[in-house]
Every structure is written in structure tokens, then in C-alpha cells.
Design a protein around this ligand. Structure first.
Ligand SMILES: C[S@@+](CC[C@H](N)C(=O)[O-])C[C@H]1O[C@@H](n2cnc3c(N)ncnc32)[C@H](O)[C@@H]1O
Length: 339
């Protein structure tokens, strides 16, 4: 059966232009896309799929427990809060005592936040590697370190799709953060468009491209609201073979556009479908810190990709702990794959 194309989006009246300077404007709310149910057979399904990152020389979850995790990021041992680690640590205190950096709590501060360096004062960045790609680890506010190592499972899968396609592949990375996925895709041979609302994150991603010595690879770095960008690509007829989207639960575009995952995800998923090439490879959604099961995003992705064939695979991204082999769940994912 043929899938119905959603044309209502094009018919939407244009909002009036706001002549006030940007600082004085109300935060923009995302326009509502009129969603219609996609027709056609649902894609096959594979679930639960648990994608695991094992300890390596580049990154390891050394131990966890008592609400914290001890991780090795290249040369540094780092301790951060981990609400799910409700068990006891397996390693003795002296191992935790050898930490180079400790994040001491939540903070609204910009910049280095509440990082402490018990051994030596450390700079903001340090050298890291993922599968031979050099990049920078980074102490940022909100306890993050410039990379989400569990995403490595998606990166390997995507790189294999690009390499096996044996044709030019276009990748769109929405909410792309510090650009690791974009670098992996570009190294595998894809032409990449990377979108993030944060100028700072785009700056870090560009820096990573230099550190990785991949500046000769075609990556477009775009500071933009993810939804707005995707809508514009739909209007312009730009198409992609692989789309990654890793939206936060709540975020803001550069002009104050509001992103609310539960409100806007169905529309963004639908737009992602409509900006795929005729021979697409995959659409990969990851969701962190939301009150939902992977069954929820699985159902959304299956409905969204009705009539496209392929399969929707959903589950969790986990990190396997080195000390006692426990699994630390980091996020939910759902991905449509063409085969
Ligand atoms: C969870 S991080 C993405 C992690 C990344 N995919 C990775 O694997 O390393 C979320 C990113 O979304 C960006 N963001 C938040 N709201 C946004 C919006 N409305 N449009 C575009 N990007 C947004 C943030 O600046 C941040 O870089």
C-alpha cells in the first residue's frame, strides 16, 4: 500500500514577522505540524535490543555504586553522580581515591561548574580517542565530559552502513553536540550535516574535527534549531540517507525556540521520514532522561515508518562495568533500519 504524504505542513499559514529586536521577543514555540497516521504495513520489529559498550583502552566504566560512577576517560579517572547506581561499589575506597576529577553536584553555573581536581589542577580539555579518532574530553557544566561513550554502539552501526553502501551517503546529525557521530560518519565516507542550537557546542565540534585531522572531510556545521532546520530541509527538498537525532528532554534553539520532547518528537520523527532519500539506510533516535519506556519510542517509530519496509529495533544503550560486570543503563533508543 502506498504511504500518504503529509502535505498539511506546506499549507500552514506563515506566522507574522516579529519586528522587535531578538532579546525582546517571547520565546518561540514550535509551530504545530498536522500529523496524519502513515499508511502501509508496519516495519518488522526487533526488541528488546540491548546495545552494550564494553571497557576499552579509550573509555571504561571502572566501577559504580552508592549513587556514583568511576570512569576512565583516556588518561583521567573521573567520578560523577549516577542516580541509578543504587548498589554498593565493588572496588575498594583506595581505587575511588585515585580519581583525577570529581563532579560534586548539580549546578546552574556555566563553565567548569563544580569540578574538583584532587590530585593536580587540570585544564578544561584533554586528549581522547574513539576507535582511532582523536578528540577532546572536556569538563563542562552539568557534569558532562564532551562525549557520551554509550553512543559508540550507534556509531559503529552507522559506520558499517556507510561503508557497505558503496555509494555516496548523506548523514544528518540533529542535536549533534560535540560532533563525535559526525566525525565517525565523515571518516566512514559520508557527507555530513551537523546541527546544534549551541554556538559553543558547534565550536567544540569544529575543534574536534581539527584534533581528529578530519578537516578535509565534508561536514557542514550549523547553529540552528533542529526542528526549524528539518522543516526547512523538507521545504527545500534536501534529502538524507541516514538521520541521527538525540534530542534532550527540553532544549532551546538559538532564537529561543522551545523544544519539548513529548510535545515535539512525533512531528520531528515525521519530518525525518519525509526528508529521506528514495534509498535510505537508517534513522536513529536516542532519548535520555525521560519518563518513558523504549516501547513508547518504538511504537512512535514503527507508526512513523509504516509503509517503508525494513525494521524498527529498540531498546537501551548500556555500559558494562569493568569491576563487577553490572550493566549501567544510559538511555533508550529506537532506530528504523532499511534492512
Ligand atoms: C544530549 S546532547 C546530544 C549528544 C550527542 N548526540 C552525542 O552523542 O554526543 C543534546 C544537544 O542538543 C542541543 N540542543 C538542545 N536544544 C536544541 C534545539 N532546539 N535544536 C538543536 N539543538 C538543540 C544541545 O545544545 C546539545 O548539544
Amino acid at each position: 500500500m502506498k504511504a500518504t504524504r503529509n502535505r498539511s505542513h506546506e499549507a500552514r499559514p506563515r506566522p507574522e514577522r516579529d519586528a522587535r529586536p531578538e532579546q525582546e521577543r517571547e520565546p518561540q514555540h514550535q509551530p504545530k505540524r498536522q500529523l496524519v497516521r502513515r499508511e502501509g504495513p508496519l516495519p518488522a520489529e526487533r526488541l528488546p535490543l540491548i546495545l552494550e559498550v564494553a571497557p576499552s583502552d579509550d573509555y571504561a566504566l571502572l566501577d559504580s555504586g552508592d549513587g556514583r560512577k568511576l570512569e576512565q576517560y583516556g588518561p583521567y579517572r573521573i567520578v560523577r553522580p549516577e542516580g541509578q547506581a543504587i548498589w554498593r561499589p565493588a572496588l575498594p575506597d583506595r581505587e575511588w581515591g585515585r580519581a583525577d576529577a570529581i563532579f560534586t553536584g548539580n549546578t546552574d553555573e556555566e563553565g567548569m561548574g563544580r569540578w574538583q581536581f584532587p590530585r593536580n589542577p587540570l585544564g578544561e580539555t584533554w586528549p581522547m580517542k574513539h576507535d582511532g579518532i582523536d578528540y577532546l574530553g572536556r569538563f563542562t557544566s552539568f557534569r558532562h565530559v564532551g562525549v557520551f561513550p554509550e553512543q559508540g554502539s550507534h556509531w559503529d552501526h552507522m559506520a558499517a552502513l556507510i561503508e557497505n553502501a558503496r555509494r555516496p551517503v548523506k548523514v544528518l546529525n540533529l542535536f549533534g553536540y560535540t560532533g563525535l557521530a559526525s566525525l565517525v560518519a565523515a571518516r566512514a565516507g559520508a557527507e555530513v550535516t551537523h546541527v546544534d542550537a549551541s554556538k559553543k557546542a558547534i565550536g567544540w565540534a569544529r575543534e574536534n574535527q581539527e584534533v581528529a585531522r578530519l578537516t578535509n572531510k565534508p561536514i557542514r556545521w550549523i547553529v540552528e534549531d533542529a526542528m526549524k532546520f528539518a522543516e526547512r530541509e523538507e521545504r527545500r527538498g534536501s534529502r538524507y540517507d541516514i538521520i541521527l537525532f538525540d534530542p534532550p528532554a527540553y532544549g532551546r534553539g538559538p532564537k529561543g525556540e522551545v523544544w519539548q520532547l513529548f510535545e515535539h518528537l512525533p512531528a520531528l520523527a515525521d519530518i525525518c521520514r519525509s526528508i529521506l532519500t528514495p534509498k535510505p539506510l537508517a534513522v536513529v533516535l536516542t532519548a535520555y532522561s525521560i519518563r518513558a519506556s523504549f516501547f513508547a519510542i518504538h511504537a512512535l517509530m514503527r507508526d512513523t515508518f509504516a509503509g517503508m519496509g525494513g525494521a524498527v529495533e529498540s531498546g537501551e544503550l548500556i555500559i558494562r562495568e569493568k569491576s563487577a560486570g553490572r550493566a549501567l543503563s544510559t538511555s533508550l533508543f529506537s532506530r528504523w533500519v532499511a534492512r
